[in-house]
Write a protein that binds this ligand. Structure first.
Ligand code: ADP
Length: 494
């Protein structure tokens, strides 16, 4: 409490000091009048009033106590409280609407309103020092933030989206209530990060979640779709998307993101894949017999002199081979669902495998100069058939996307615990913007040169899935118009 003698208030120096203070009024406690004894320049400026209109006037002559009198925030009640108790009274947010410059109606204004008692020599409250600070901007910003948070929550509720946040130092996990719905728990249940992780299908936990978590710490993004078991053992699909926040030293401190239940759309996808698998499987049988008949025909016609019949049989055979390869691609695609692509690992020399694939390729097409010089033996522990499929995809693409007679060069080298295989062509090349996308499912570059080249955009997607399941990497370097080199690496010791 400030103890000054009221008689000293009219002092000139004090008046000047007071007038320069932030938005303050000095109010005499002569209730019900509450005469304003002094006012600061800052106050006059924010109230848009001249000094003569304020000093010497009763507080309520200028300001109608327009807040409901029963409200504890009403100015008269506040003044009475200061006088009665001799204590300072603060009103953090006090609404008093004022006219803006040139406006014909009042607009809402918010003030931080503080009232300090000033005692006379008899220890009675003789004056109240009232300070008003205009906090309309802050209040409106807070209201806008609350409003947008509210809207976000409504949108999240409507779309069934849950928010989560993970503090990395202590694994503190917080989440919005929708997360409980998504993981099959009643509202209000307390769950930890360990509980959530325990619900993820073990295969997806190892192959997808832990990998995504490690990657997120490096590249800052987080995205995956996995299967989760509810407490009633029913199986659901979720999709989570998130981002990592870093401190000043660029160390990851927090992760935050969203989760949605995608069981329904995933079931549609699985049904579609099952249909493709079934249809492809059914198509395989007639194609196999068609191929057998064509081969028989070729043998029977070996003596014929009709050049058309001869080439027609060979061309038909080639088309059947193409169709068989496409159907195999679809079958493989449908087997890619989590849990369906099982790796059968053996230890084998990858150079021998490359040679085998090339022998097969050369039988089917002799249009290119394919070179491979093995650099000794390179043993890997992997699924031989699937790695063979990857090599075959890359070699076939190199042939497909380059001119007849050009070179296709394969290399294989051991490097820092990995075996790196590369396939280089002198073909049409790939634009930088496409290079990131060609490993996605069904993605094909839309180049004029490739209009007449058949394909569905699944070969590289399949190859990349196979390599990733082996904990390896696949990538491309390419210059448009000059050619491409596709690489994949496999860890030697798993
Ligand atoms: P497809 O060849 O059936 O379209 P892929 O998944 O094997 O499917 O390849 C995806 C896309 O990547 C192709 O459509 C093509 O645009 C591009 N691509 C792949 N390999 C090469 C290559 N060696 N040279 C140029 N473009 C390539």
């Amino acid at each position: 409490m400030i103890g000054i003698t009221p008689d000293s208030i009219p002092d000139d120096l004090f008046r000047v000091l007071f007038e320069k203070s932030p938005g303050s009024l000095l109010i005499k406690t002569d209730a019900p009048q509450f005469t304003i004894a002094a006012v600061s320049d800052a106050y006059l400026k924010s109230a848009r009033l001249p000094r003569e209109a304020v000093v010497g006037k009763g507080f309520f002559e200028i300001y109608q106590d327009d807040i409901d009198q029963s409200d504890d925030k009403a100015a008269r009640k506040i003044f009475s409280r200061v006088i009665r108790t001799g204590d300072k009274v603060d009103v953090p947010v006090y609404r008093y609407d004022i006219f803006e410059a040139n406006a014909d109606h009042k607009t809402p204004h918010y003030w931080s309103f503080s009232n300090i008692p000033i005692l006379d020599s008899r220890q009675q409250v003789a004056y109240i020092l009232s300070t008003f600070t205009d906090i309309t901007g802050e209040v409106k910003a807070k209201e806008a933030a609350q409003e947008s948070e509210h809207r976000l929550l409504l949108a999240a509720e409507a779309t069934g989206m849950a928010f989560w946040e993970l503090t990395l130092a202590d694994n503190a996990f917080s989440y919005s209530q929708q997360l409980l719905d998504i993981f099959g728990h009643p509202t209000g249940t307390n769950i930890t990060l360990a509980d959530v992780r325990a619900q993820v299908h073990p295969d997806d936990m190892e192959n997808i979640v832990m990998k995504a978590f490690e990657n997120a710490l490096i590249d800052g993004g987080y995205f995956y779709e996995v299967r989760v078991y509810w407490p009633d053992r029913s199986l659901h699909w979720i999709r989570t998307k998130g981002t990592v926040q870093y401190n000043k030293n660029k160390e990851p401190v927090r992760m935050l993101g969203t989760i949605v239940d995608i069981t329904e759309s995933k079931s549609d996808e699985i049904r579609k894949n099952d249909f493709i698998a079934m249809a492809s499987h059914e198509l395989k049988t007639p194609l196999t017999s068609l191929k057998a008949y064509l081969q028989l025909m070729e043998t029977k016609l070996s003596g014929t002199t009709d050049p058309f019949v001869k080439t027609a049989v060979v061309k038909s055979g080639n088309q059947v081979n193409k169709m068989t390869a496409l159907i195999h691609g679809f079958l493989d695609l449908s087997r890619l669902e989590p849990g369906k692509l099982k790796l059968i690992r053996t230890t084998f020399d990858i150079c021998t495998l490359i040679e085998e694939v090339l022998t097969e390729t050369k039988i089917l097409s002799n249009s290119h100069s394919i070179r491979f010089e093995p650099s000794g033996e390179s043993n890997v522990n992997a699924d031989r058939a699937k790695i063979g499929q990857v090599i075959s995809n890359l070699v076939n693409n190199a042939i497909k996307y380059s001119k007849k007679g050009s070179y296709v060069i394969l290399q294989c080298e051991a490097n820092d615990g990995n075996v790196i295989v590369s396939v280089t062509d002198e073909g049409i090349g790939i634009k930088p913007k496409d290079q990131e996308k060609i490993f996605q499912r069904f993605y094909r570059a839309e180049e004029d040169e490739q209009r007449n080249i058949s394909g569905f955009g699944i070969g590289l997607y399949l190859s990349s899935e196979i390599i990733q399941r082996h904990k390896g990497k696949i990538w491309v370097k390419s210059i448009e118009g000059e050619g491409s080199t596709f690489y994949f690496s496999l860890p030697v010791n798993i």
